[in-house]
Design a protein around this ligand. Structure first.
Ligand code: AMP
Ligand code: TRP
Length: 332
């Protein structure tokens, strides 16, 4: 039996991943590397859609790799690689752009939000075509499942549409992928502003829990998390977005159900609950941060893992690209 293929990507745009990246996506990456043929990609080309600094780019790509390994991605089980080291992504990206309608691309809400914020003069064309590059990332690997957070749902839908369009016009070429998006945890909110999603590019900073931050910083941030009116620790995302978000975080990291947590904190106040959440988060992240820092001390080792991953990725990607060119009638 051949294993189902899984692919996902994450941008190296910060010195640390945050809890939303982990709970919304990377935690599922780790689970899915067992029993699936998994490809995980640090999407540095996607990161170029906004202003970047070459020194930071290199550093953050390596930090991303170190964190993914520390969080549990195993190079023996999964193929971990950097997007720019596999040129087939750009090559298929162009084909994807030629299959996507301008109006269709214009409906991508992430582009609309981001470009509205920065204005048309500073918004890059690459930000507009970004979902087509993402489609190429996915389709190159004949992917069945794409574990991502809720904010990527529309991009996965677009990828499916493009794949179906291509297959029906030019013959079966791509597996039509499905998103793997959890019900709980697919959207983690900023803990200081629990109606906004936790994000490195927006949000308050005070509400962002970062994996590479010191335990002291994270402890302080969680203890000052915004809570809601009332005093009962119960899950109610409409009236109690702050407490509900903290319940989601605790549950995802401790493995206990929301119901169990509600029972445990019945009759206790928000203060006790926040201390418990802080303890769970800090103790969960402590060994991960140490492991990532240790891995970063040996850059050559990290680069070697990524090169080996890129070679494995290329073997699959070049086959799909060849099939695609052939079906399009390009002379090989
Ligand atoms: P990015 O940082 O945009 O490259 O996102 C990497 C992965 O993290 C994607 O699968 C996102 O959907 C996921 N993600 C980002 N922010 C959140 C969040 N606040 N809650 C849940 N998932 C998230
Ligand atoms: N667009 C995704 C994000 O911002 C990152 C990404 C790029 C991705 N290529 C991908 C995710 C392929 C899944 C599959 O989070």
């Amino acid at each position: 039996m051949t294993l189902k293929r899984v692919l996902s990507g994450i941008q190296p745009t910060s010195d640390s991943f945050h809890l939303g990246n982990y709970l919304g996506a990377v935690k599922q990456w780790v689970e899915l590397q067992d029993g699936h043929d998994a490809f995980y990609c640090i999407v540095d080309l996607h990161a170029l859609t906004v202003e970047t600094d070459p020194k930071l780019m290199r550093k953050r790509t390596l930090i991303s790799a170190a964190q993914l390994l520390a969080l549990g991605i195993s190079p023996e089980k999964a193929t971990l690689f950097v997007q720019s080291q596999v040129p087939q992504h750009n090559q298929l990206g162009w084909i994807m752009e030629c299959l996507t309608g301008f109006g269709e691309a214009s409906r991508m809400t992430q582009f609309k939000d981001k470009s509205q914020k920065s204005g048309t003069d500073t918004t890059r064309v690459g930000l507009f075509t970004y979902p087509m590059l993402m489609a190429a990332d996915i389709l190159l690997y004949q992917t069945h499942l794409v574990p991502v957070g809720e904010d990527q749902r529309q991009h996965i839908e677009l990828t499916r549409d493009i794949a179906e369009r291509f297959n029906s016009k030019y013959g079966k070429t791509f597996v039509v992928p499905e998103g793997y998006i959890l019900k709980e945890g697919a959207k983690i909110y900023d803990i200081a502003e629990p109606t906004a999603k936790m994000s490195k590019s927006s949000g308050t900073g005070a509400g962002l829990i970062e994996i590479m931050d010191s335990p002291e910083t994270n402890l302080k941030k969680i203890k000052s998390a915004v809570t809601d009116a009332g005093r009962e620790v119960t899950f109610d995302s409409v009236n109690k977005p702050g407490i509900s978000n903290l319940l989601t975080i605790h549950s995802a990291l401790s493995g206990r159900t929301i119901k169990e947590l509600e029972n445990e904190f019945d009759g206790k106040g928000y203060g006790d609950f926040k201390s418990a959440v802080a303890e769970v988060v800090v103790e969960y992240l402590r060994p991960i941060r140490s492991k990532a820092l240790e891995l970063l001390e040996d850059e050559a080792h990290l680069v070697k893992i990524l090169h080996e991953g890129a070679a494995k990725a290329q073997a699959v990607a070049s086959k799909t690209l060849e099939g695609t060119y052939k079906n399009l009638g390009l002379v090989l």
